[in-house]
Design a binder for this molecule. Structure first.
Ligand SMILES: Cc1cc2nc3c(=O)[nH]c(=O)nc-3n(C[C@H](O)[C@H](O)[C@H](O)COP(=O)(O)OP(=O)(O)OC[C@H]3O[C@@H](n4cnc5c(N)ncnc54)[C@H](O)[C@@H]3O)c2cc1C
Length: 338
């Protein structure tokens, strides 16, 4: 375990933003992590946890001990007629886990192909895409309490998963470091292809028989055509969550904007695509200096190179204000601000 000082975080965040970590360390095992947390040298120093840096906006230097989670390993810990239980180190790359399950013929993760980041960060916001969220395949996770260095297991019902939410983003924010996650993947496939362009893309690919691999490949194609690649243009995916509004408000807006899309999420709740609202407010393709709103996907704020976190934050606030003024809807960021 090598402890470094004044480390540039630019290579460690997908926005490609410059910010310095006062202290920086990479941990490769849960034991190493516990030792670090128990060391009196670090007990009073604030800590910040970093995975793949694909859901963070660095607006300033991080005056803390930045702990980068690099805990590896994937193992089958249990198996029954229907399921395989895979325990995965928090530092594994998410998409590599998806590919591993596709290779092995297990289904459940294929719709979540190509989401950037690490396995340990996935439960933080209950990552989701194309009609699937990880809560559907989540068995349990292992975490270490930052203050006491005690290990603890969390079952699904203790994680309070919601849309891009969990207990770790809310009540237990900043208290636990996730070290491993166990997933319950299916031996008998249960495909979910009703969402987005999956069926259309499968047809374009000339797929005759549905398979985990075909769905994974279709999702990869769709994502590559729609989302900017962070290695080319700095971004953190969807910057805002899709807002859920009362049905009465939706019905009223629909009279003024007949094209307004919406998905029923509860008897009185409608989810509205934030990207549509931002586009209607005139932001799609907007650029100011080195930051902007992506030309193909208005939900993605971008750093063309050399922009700052403060500039992106200021742009996000302008977008929020104009959407609220036009539609009376408050957008909430999905990205974690530092
Ligand atoms: C191009 C692009 C597309 C994306 N598409 C999607 C999508 O379709 N669906 C979706 O849900 N998300 C999407 N995202 C967001 C992002 O990929 C996910 O949120 C991912 O889970 C973040 O993982 P990470 O390792 O990069 O986390 P980081 O950005 O490093 O961290 C995110 C947050 O989690 C905390 N954290 C990280 N690791 C741990 C840990 N082990 N223990 C405790 N806390 C931790 C951090 O402190 C921070 O608050 C996209 C991002 C990009 C850039």
């Amino acid at each position: 375990m090598q402890l470094l000082e004044n480390v540039s975080l630019r290579p460690y965040n997908t926005f490609g933003l410059e910010a310095k970590a006062r202290y920086f360390v990479e941990v490769t095992t849960a034991d190493e992590l516990r030792q670090l947390l128990q060391n009196p040298r670090w007990q009073q120093v604030p800590k910040w946890i970093l995975g793949g840096g694909s859901n963070v906006l660095l607006t300033q230097d991080v005056d803390a001990l930045v702990i980068r989670i690099a805990i590896k390993g994937m193992e089958v810990v249990k198996e029954d007629d229907e399921h395989v239980y895979l325990r995965v180190g928090a530092g594994e790359v998410w998409h590599e886990l998806v590919l591993h399950t596709v290779e092995a013929g297990y289904s459940g993760l294929e719709n979540l192909s190509l989401i950037p980041g690490t396995v340990g960060a996935a439960p933080m916001q209950n990552i989701g895409a194309y009609g699937v969220e990880i809560k559907e395949v989540f068995e349990e996770l292992e975490a270490v309490h930052i203050e006491t260095a005690q290990a603890r297991r969390f079952k699904a019902d203790e994680c309070n998963f919601g849309y891009r939410e969990s207990v770790f983003k809310r009540d237990l924010r900043g208290q636990y470091i996730i070290t491993a996650v166990t997933f319950r993947v299916n031996k008998v496939p249960a495909f979910q292809v009703s969402y987005g362009d999956i069926q259309k893309t499968l047809a374009e690919m000339n797929v005759q028989e549905l398979s985990t691999r075909a769905i994974s490949e279709a999702v990869i194609r769709i994502r590559q055509s729609k989302l900017p690649d962070p290695t080319q243009i700095g971004n953190a995916g969807s910057f805002f969550k899709n807002p859920e509004i009362p049905k009465a408000q939706y019905d009223q807006l629909k009279q003024e904007y007949p094209e307004l899309p919406g998905y029923v999420t509860a008897p009185d709740k409608i989810k509205v695509p934030a990207g549509w609202l931002i586009e209607q407010a005139g932001w799609k393709g907007f650029r100011e200096g080195q930051v902007g709103v992506h030309a193909r996907q208005a939900l993605v704020l971008v750093n063309y190179g050399g922009g700052t976190g403060e500039q992106i934050k200021a742009l996000a606030e302008r977008v929020q204000a104009s959407v609220e003024a036009k539609f009376g809807i408050k957008l909430t960021p999905e990205v974690n601000f530092i």
